[in-house]
Design a protein around this ligand. Structure first.
Ligand code: GLN
Length: 253
């Protein structure tokens, strides 16, 4: 039986707007294919190594949450760099995505050092970028649509060597300016999209499962599922994007 180990980094601190639902989506879509999926929560200070981790998930967090985990994350930096170079998958949302870069300068002008896995940095702007977003995601050829909800003050700027996860069709994306959203490096995916993201974008869930299986040389073929509900949720999220104006708001999360 195929088996995948997912390490859920800092579930107590990093979880906004239903990010935890991403884990449920991975779990169910694995189980429906008779793949055994183990979810291992990792808290700050836990004595754990990533040698058995196939997929690392990190959810979103407010500036204060990011500060709380930054020191622990720093201790794991070298090990995580090694695992990423070997092909381990990371899926990081919003506050965690920001921590994959060199640094994040918060709304209070504090600089939080990042993991430096991705060639990018983030600085908080005056307003928050809030709304439902659609991106044209280039992980596939032809590209596929991803829909999610974004709410961030941080503006992320990608270095020249880093590929965005997709192009903004509607919403703000990395910085509200250059139409890029998220980033990919090797099997690492960072995105601003919450929601939770995976239940209504099942092709991304399956992409992550396949990357995790491939990492341990397991069969990556996934049986077809009836995705009627998921596709309806996807369509509903797209409709929401059309009906609600995107807001630049001054309030903090
Ligand atoms: N604190 C970060 C910001 O506001 C991330 C917020 C989030 O994860 N939604 O930019």
């Amino acid at each position: 039986m195929a088996e995948i180990n997912i390490y859920h980094l800092y579930p107590g601190q990093l979880n906004l707007y239903g990010d935890r639902g991403n884990m449920l989506s991975l779990l169910r879509r694995a189980e429906w294919r008779s793949i055994k999926l183990n979810i291992i929560p990792v808290e700050p200070g836990d004595n754990i190594n990533f040698a058995n981790c196939d997929l690392l998930f990190m959810g979103g967090g407010q500036d204060s949450d990011q500060k709380l985990v930054a020191a622990d994350l720093k201790k794991r930096k070298k090990e995580l760099h090694g695992a990423v170079e070997e092909g381990m998958t990371i899926f990081a949302v919003c506050g965690s995505y920001q921590l994959l870069g060199s640094y994040y300068i918060t709304a209070d002008s504090e600089k939080i050092g990042g993991l430096e896995i991705m060639d990018m940095h983030t600085e908080a702007g005056k307003n928050r970028l809030i709304g439902n977003a659609i991106i044209n995601c280039t992980l596939w050829n032809p590209s596929k649509t991803l829909v999610g909800f974004e709410n961030h003050a941080g503006r992320t700027y990608l270095g020249p060597s880093l590929k965005p996860l997709g192009e903004v069709v509607s919403g703000f994306g990395n910085n509200g300016l250059d139409k890029t959203e998220g980033a990919t490096y090797k099997n690492v995916i960072g995105t601003y999209l919450h929601g939770s993201l995976l239940p209504k974008n099942p092709w991304l869930t399956d992409y992550l499962l396949q990357k995790a299986l491939a990492y341990r040389n397991q069969d990556t073929r996934l049986s077809e599922l009836d995705d009627y509900m998921e596709e309806e949720a996807h369509k509903a999220a797209i409709e929401l994007t059309g009906s609600k104006k995107h807001k630049r708001m001054s309030s903090r999360a």
